[in-house]
Write a protein that binds this ligand. Structure first.
Ligand code: TYD
Length: 216
């Protein structure tokens, strides 16, 4: 029995997801809820080990299908070790990226067949499905400029180093997913300053999930 609430934040590079995950978690804690903040790929020791393989580009030569298998392997461990126990305990889980990232990067962009992704979701996530997904949206040129600023001096990771066409496709695919599942997803304009975006997200969470002070 999962009594908690599962919120995921999704979007392309430089949309400010990590900042907004922190802000949303702090907001929900201030309302008196117990919140588990986590991220993918990673979020559990086993999954963090796989994260390194994926983001270093070590798996890139094997193609998007092999990468999808690795993201799913990481996810299975993350769900079992962190997400499901938290939901079963009645906590709120706020996760930076989840199933929609695989559908977008490996599916829509990498052309991994959806039947395989269906099977991987059923195995890795099973019943741990988001109650609400916030899709943070910025035009790719703004996102890439923000990501470059953030990563100054560091090597761009396997996915950040792709060009503007790729990031345009990523954005379109996220918007298409949000459009196809409006009951679960909300698109958030992530161009305004972080404070404004955080307020917008807090409003959506209150409206969609009815989260107020006290029990989730
Ligand atoms: P990360 O460093 O966490 O970046 P971000 O701040 O953009 O979230 O890198 C995650 C990268 O992995 C990102 O480029 C998207 C990619 N990714 C996938 O391709 N498939 C997935 O299932 C997930 C979870 C992430």
């Amino acid at each position: 029995m999962m009594r908690g609430l599962f919120i995921t934040l999704e979007g392309g590079e430089g949309t400010g997801k990590s900042t907004q995950v922190r802000r949303l978690a702090a907001h929900l804690r201030a309302l008196g809820h117990t919140v588990v903040e986590t991220r993918e790929p990673g979020g559990s020791p086993g999954a963090e080990a796989v994260r390194h393989v994926l983001l270093s580009g070590a798996a890139e030569p094997f193609g998007p299908q092999a990468e999808a298998l690795l993201f799913a392997a990481a996810r299975a461990d993350h769900v079992d070790a962190v997400i499901r126990p938290a939901l079963e305990a009645g906590h709120i889980v706020v996760c930076d990226r989840f199933l929609d990232s695989t559908r977008v990067y490996q599916g829509a962009v990498g052309r991994v067949p959806s039947a395989l992704l269906d099977a991987l979701e059923a195995t890795a996530a099973a019943d741990a499905r988001p109650d609400l997904t916030l899709v943070l949206d910025v035009p790719p040129e703004i996102g890439l400029a923000r990501a470059a600023e953030r990563g100054k001096g560091a090597l761009a990771d396997r996915f950040e180093k792709e060009g503007a066409t790729y990031h345009g496709a990523v954005r379109a695919a996220f918007l298409a997913r949000a459009g196809a599942e409006p009951a679960r997803c909300a698109v958030v304009d992530a161009v305004p300053p972080a404070d404004e975006v955080a307020q917008h997200i807090a409003r959506i969470v209150a409206e969609r999930l009815g989260i107020a002070a006290g029990a989730p």
